[in-house]
Design a protein around this ligand. Structure first.
Ligand code: NAI
Length: 248
């Protein structure tokens, strides 16, 4: 549970998706939407949507649905993206520069204030208006630019040392891309991002679809024994998916 607001992590994890869909509806000029239609668009049950949004007082009105702009703004407040967050990137290589080049973070209030690296060939370069600096003055930069979030896009072996430094400088939020579990004080939050884990989940799902197709083909060919083996494998995967969905 989220300590301040008493909201489960699963609900908080779904909010960015509601926010994104509602943003798209606003771009289409929609003023309101029923939970039914939102559910069809998002492929989530209407009751799930009602339950999730009820955590925040509901927002919906009987026979009217949801006011798109109001709900969008309310979710932004809950997620804290109605305010500006100053962010720095440590490790200005491929990933760090890719993040700095993505303009949409600013639309969500995440302002990239600085980039840092140890490579003299990178120091001094400017990426989308942000200069890459050396790490010597990191602490002073954090203080002077009211930095709240640090993105770590540097080698795994260097991540813990830099994390310690920024935490000592007062940072409470780390967006960690390095493949290492950071040990931080209790009042510091770490969001780990692992694209490869997302890719593995995709692999798992596509493999399960392939297995089901294989089973169907075997059954059609009359090979019942091998089809049964494939079926039990597919069933195990399905149980796993159901358990995972229930835990979300
Ligand atoms: P890269 O080698 O292009 O960039 C890393 C940068 O960190 C380099 O410019 C290097 O000079 C700098 N660096 C090294 N030590 C430093 C220090 N002490 N302080 C500041 N900067 C330092 O590597 P790439 O591809 O950008 O990956 C960066 C990190 O992100 C790696 O740890 C990689 O494993 C990880 N990664 C994670 C992904 C994810 O989904 N979580 C996806 C891709 C990469």
């Amino acid at each position: 549970m989220d300590e301040e607001k008493g909201i489960s992590k699963a609900v908080i994890a779904r909010l960015p998706r509601y926010y994104r869909y509602l943003g798209e509806l606003m771009e289409e000029g929609r003023e309101r939407i029923s939970s039914q239609e939102l559910s069809q668009r998002m492929k989530v049950t209407a009751s799930q949507i009602r339950q999730d949004l009820n955590h925040f007082g509901g927002f919906g009105q009987q026979g009217y649905g949801y006011n798109v702009r109001f709900l969008h703004e309310s979710i932004a407040k809950i997620l804290g993206i109605d305010r500006q967050h100053n962010l720095i990137i440590i490790g200005a290589g491929n990933l760090g520069q890719a993040i700095a080049n993505y303009a949409n973070f600013e639309r969500g209030g995440f302002m990239i204030k600085g980039m840092f690296d140890v490579n003299p060939r990178l120091i001094g370069l400017v990426v989308r208006g942000v200069e890459i600096l050396g790490v010597d003055d990191l602490e002073r930069f954090i203080r002077e630019h009211d930095v709240q979030i640090v993105a770590l896009t540097l080698p795994k072996a260097k991540a813990a040392e830099i994390a310690d430094r920024v935490v000592k400088a007062g940072i409470k939020a780390i967006w960690n891309f390095a493949h290492v579990d950071l040990v931080v004080p209790e009042d510091v939050v770490v969001e780990n991002v692992h694209l490869s884990e997302s890719l593995m989940r995709l692999s798992y799902r596509v493999s399960s679809i392939q297995d089901q197709a294989k089973e169907r083909a075997l059954r059609e060919r009359g090979d019942q024994e091998r089809a049964a083996k494939e079926r039990s494998k597919a069933r195990r995967l399905q149980v796993f998916e159901e358990k995972k969905a229930a835990m979300r």
